[in-house]
Write a protein that binds this ligand. Structure first.
Ligand SMILES: Cc1cc2nc3c(=O)[nH]c(=O)nc-3n(C[C@H](O)[C@H](O)[C@H](O)COP(=O)(O)OP(=O)(O)OC[C@H]3O[C@@H](n4cnc5c(N)ncnc54)[C@H](O)[C@@H]3O)c2cc1C
Length: 452
């Protein structure tokens, strides 16, 4: 197996100005990396190879599609620039969230994609938590998976009507979601700051790197050829075939699916330009006294609140808390990243002792301007899919399965998304800078909402 250099993704000058990833808080510095079982032993693409379906990108989306396609008897090769899970999939907080971002709900999805596709999308997503935990069971993935529920507490009483409406919209779809009263939310989160909460008991949490590596093992076992250390630098069509060039080889395919999230590095610039890359900081604390678990998230659920600059936290199996979020202004971001998010958590949960940032790392998510997934056509037989938008574990895993059915001959009508042309944002390279403006304004709004 070739040695992987973990070159990763080189940010543009504009992205660096907005939120420079710090070299010392890399993939390997994450807590998940320190405890996840290894991925499968794979080789780099060398020379020329042929495949029926080429998938580019070894995160949840690429691997779920590859796994389900191979299980349906198809010939699949997946190219991954570094190793499986090197992108957002191996670095996130591990919340399995079977719904959309705050502010988006089933009604919005139906307005956006029409009643039929919108309905397919939200039903797929609603079942996404069950799919993740079923895959964990079926493939015996050792990733600390716990289907204990996902909560979204409201940070202001002003959001009560919104919460009631959101709960009703998901219940109308037959989802077993619940509205927690103020007292229940306080007991479930351990924080007096909350006024109620949305609870989806089919959500939960995982070690995301262990899960994505487990998917990679399952995909290889199902027959997928997985090449690591094989960044696709160029994609082009010759006759009826697609050619994907890496530094050491060429993969020739009948059809191609790109699942490179925010890190494609210019492989399909128009499709990549539909997304804003956003850097998120993550911290895992020192091991804490297990008795604290009786007052903080006593049912081992995970919690991500309704602030614009949201506060999210969960326990790990070994009694650490993982939290994190956005950070504006790269200057001094390493130290600020380590302390800022822990400071907010201590304020929210004063019963906790002084928290130390034993592990710190960063990841890059991709958000479309409407925070909705996309399936874009790049040419005859070539597509790019993006379903991240910050809540991607359930969404990408579930979409991967749908894409596999479709690629194995399913009807376009059964897809939960329309197939569109790439619709890049204006000046996409400047988009990350917008977050440096958005974040302080959002924090100001959050503080105002709480005061009121
Ligand atoms: C810090 C952080 C916390 C998050 N927390 C949560 C959470 O708690 N719950 C949740 O649901 N979601 C969360 N998300 C979002 C979630 O992680 C993503 O939605 C999801 O991982 C996206 O999966 P993906 O497969 O689309 O992309 P990725 O996992 O980013 O995979 C893309 C892959 O493509 C590879 N690649 C890129 N370019 C090329 C190329 N040219 N050739 C070959 N390979 C290439 C990359 O190396 C990478 O491995 C979080 C994201 C971040 C960054």
């Amino acid at each position: 197996m070739p040695e992987i250099a973990h070159k990763g993704y080189a940010p543009t000058i504009w992205e660096s100005l907005a939120d420079a990833p710090h070299p010392s808080i890399s993939f390997q510095s994450s807590f998940w990396h320190s405890v996840a079982p290894a991925g499968p032993v794979c080789t780099r693409l060398e020379g020329e190879a042929r495949t029926e379906t080429a998938i580019v990108g070894g995160g949840f989306l690429g691997l779920s599609t590859a796994l389900h396609l191979a299980e349906a008897g198809h010939n699949v090769t997946l190219l991954e620039a570094d190793e499986a899970g090197f992108g957002a999939s191996g670095r996130n907080t591990g919340f399995v969230v079977p719904n959309l971002l705050t502010g988006l709900d089933p009604r919005y999805a139906k307005e956006k994609f029409g009643p039929e596709k919108g309905d397919l999308l939200v039903r797929m997503l609603g079942e996404g938590g069950d799919l993740v935990f079923d895959l964990i069971k079926r493939h015996e993935i050792d990733c600390w998976g716990k289907q204990t529920g996902w909560m979204q507490p409201i940070h202001t009483g002003k959001k009560t009507a919104w919460l009631e409406d959101r709960v009703k919209q998901w219940q109308d779809l037959g989802r077993p979601v619940k509205l927690l009263s103020r007292d229940e939310a306080v007991a479930e989160t351990g924080s007096e700051a909350y006024h109620g909460a949305f609870l989806d008991p089919t959500g939960g949490h995982i070690n995301p790197l262990a899960f994505v590596r487990g998917l990679a093992h399952a995909a290889v076992k199902a027959g997928v050829t997985l090449h690591i250390d094989s960044r696709a630098n160029e994609i082009g069509k010759k006759g009826s075939e697609w050619h994907l060039k890496t530094d050491h080889g060429t993969l020739i395919a009948d059809r191609v699916l790109l699942t490179t999230n925010s890190t494609g590095g210019g492989l399909a610039p128009k499709a990549e330009g539909t997304q804003f890359p956003i850097t998120l900081f993550q911290v895992a604390t020192q091991q804490l006294d297990p008795e604290l678990r009786e007052s903080v998230l006593p049912n081992d659920r995970c919690s991500a609140d309704t602030r614009k600059d949201l506060i999210a936290y969960r326990w790990t199996n070994d009694n650490r808390i993982v939290t994190g979020g956005l950070l504006a202004n790269p200057l001094g971001s390493l130290e600020r990243g380590r302390t800022h998010h822990l400071g907010r958590l201590q304020e929210l949960l004063p019963q906790l002792p002084k928290l130390e940032p034993e592990f710190a790392w960063q990841g890059r998510l991709a958000a479309a301007r409407d925070y909705m997934p996309r399936l874009m056509r790049l040419g005859d037989g070539a597509f790019s899919a993006i379903a991240c938008n910050g809540r991607g574990i359930a969404m990408t895993t579930a979409l991967g399965r749908k894409l596999a059915y479709w690629l194995s001959g399913g009807a376009n009508e059964d897809l939960p998304l329309p197939i569109t042309a790439p619709d890049p944002v204006m000046f996409p390279k400047l988009a990350p800078l917008a977050f440096s403006v958005w974040l302080p304004l959002s924090r100001h709004q959050d503080a105002k909402d709480i005061r009121e």
